[in-house]
Write a protein that binds this ligand. Structure first.
Ligand code: AMP
Length: 186
């Protein structure tokens, strides 16, 4: 099984590249952001509570996210693997993912880190125009990424699982570099 984590700041291109990866490698796609937006649309209790964090650019609490992820993972069994997009975002989530995969006799195969500088990220997010893509929320999400999410990169680096890809250039150029990194893990 190919279990890929696509890692990078908001706006680094995780969603776009995930779409291409799922097709090429026959993977299931789990985007915690997409699941949360779906819950908000449905008006569920989970959605209502998550919206308060999302609107402020803060992380939804680990226990909520980890429970949600475990449920999602159970529904994705008929593919060659999974791409985790926007998860894990904290060390606790990373450890929880390792545990969940270990119980299935699996592990994270590789962590694709998309490196993009802050000025470019802000520019892209403002162009994207999602409701949480306003300047205040963007600033807070970038801070959250630096303080809470990027420490997780050291965790994966120590495990020898990271591949750093420069996330600027055309979508296809970036995808080519990602594919090369993925092929090395197989
Ligand atoms: P995304 O679509 O990945 O940019 O996520 C949008 C928002 O959903 C984030 O700013 C967080 O508020 C929330 N979110 C998504 N994934 C997670 C996660 N793994 N942990 C905590 N919050 C998350």
């Amino acid at each position: 099984m190919l279990n890929l984590v696509i890692f990078g700041a908001p706006g680094s291109g995780k969603g776009t590249q995930s779409e291409k990866l799922i097709e090429k490698y026959n993977l299931a796609h789990i985007s915690t952001g997409d699941v949360l937006r779906g819950e908000i649309k449905k008006g569920s209790d989970l959605g209502k509570s998550a919206k308060q964090y999302i609107d402020k650019g803060q992380l939804v609490p680990d226990d909520v996210i980890i429970g949600m992820l475990a449920e999602e993972l159970e529904t994705k069994k008929d593919k060659a693997g999974v791409i985790f997009d926007g998860f894990p975002r904290t060390l606790a989530q990373g450890e929880a993912l390792d545990k969940m995969l270990k119980e299935k006799g699996q592990e994270v195969s590789a962590v694709i880190c998309l490196d993009v500088d802050d000025a470019e990220l802000v520019k892209r997010l403002l162009q994207r125009g999602r409701t949480d893509d306003n300047l205040d929320t963007i600033k807070s999400r970038l801070e959250v990424y630096k303080n809470q999410t990027s420490p997780l990169m050291d965790y994966y680096q120590k495990a020898g699982k990271t591949a750093h890809i420069k996330g600027v250039g055309s979508v296809d150029e970036i995808f080519e570099k990602i594919s090369q990194a993925v092929d090395k893990t197989k």
